[in-house]
Design a protein around this ligand. Structure first.
Ligand code: ATP
Length: 236
């Protein structure tokens, strides 16, 4: 579904991604883990077309070269980013935030189906439909941000740090919802600081370190890899 070869990204003179290679197959849940500043968010922003990949980078999704497309064209292809820090529109209602997630879609019936899907998944958002998004709790805002991404009916859903800043019970709830979204057929690329939890729900994992892929493999294999455990999972 997604194949990335020699992806390089710069912020001015800063060489943030130094030739990243990885792929995501249809139906998988793949996680990217790594320390602060490793390049996880930069990877998602480059795939989404928010940041420009340097020439020579290859990002192919369903046979299409994403490096030649604008961010809105990439959204239309069905690649949706749920950004770090949620970025909901605080002044708008929950419902209007969700509607904006479907801005690339035309079919009213399909959009209505997506509303039903999102409200089924997050019943708490139903009760708060008319409420301003800025007045929601952190966990509810995260649900709204994921719901808004789902309103694009993504083929590939990219989630950047969905558990960040949430209380432990909400972290569990968010991970279980991500697992559910995956189970219902959405392919997911998940960036997480909470590597232990991410590996529990992922099929495969890539570990980034200073802009390169340091390890990759089956999620179970990574959980048992001594180097990965010591450096990224906080175990001995
Ligand atoms: P974190 O978990 O802290 O968000 P990350 O793995 O997502 O880390 P990135 O945010 O992708 O890391 O950052 C990768 C590198 O790019 C870091 O060295 C960071 O300092 C640099 N960087 C990120 N954003 C910018 C920016 N807007 N301008 C300059 N450098 C940046």
């Amino acid at each position: 579904m997604l194949t990335i070869d020699s992806m390089n990204t710069y912020y001015g003179n800063i060489h943030a991604l130094k030739g990243i290679d990885f792929d995501v197959n249809d139906g998988e849940l793949v996680t990217l883990i790594g320390s602060n500043g490793a390049g996880k968010s930069t990877t998602l922003l480059t795939i989404a077309g928010v940041l420009k990949a340097a020439s020579g980078s290859k990002i192919v999704f369903d046979g299409h070269d994403l490096t030649r497309m604008s961010a809105p064209q990439i959204v239309k292809m069905g690649v949706t980013l749920c950004p770090e820090g949620r970025e909901v529109f605080p002044e708008l209602s929950v419902e209007d935030n969700l509607r904006l997630g479907a801005y690339c879609r035309k079919d009213k019936k399909e959009i209505a189906d997506s509303f039903d899907y999102v409200y089924d998944l997050f019943p708490r958002l139903v009760e708060r439909k008319k409420q301003q998004a800025g007045t929601l709790s952190g966990g509810e805002q995260q649900m709204l941000a994921i719901g808004r991404a789902l309103m694009n009916k993504p083929k590939l859903l990219m989630l950047d740090e969905p558990s960040m800043g949430l209380a432990p019970n909400l972290v569990l709830e968010i991970f279980s919802l991500i697992k559910e979204i995956h189970k219902q057929g959405t392919t997911i690329l998940l960036v997480e600081q909470n590597a232990n939890m991410a590996l529990k729900i992922a099929d495969r994992c890539y570990v980034l370190e200073v802009g390169t892929v340091k390890f990759h493999g089956d999620a179970k294999e990574m959980q048992n890899n001594d180097e990965v455990r010591k450096a990224y999972l906080g175990s001995k």
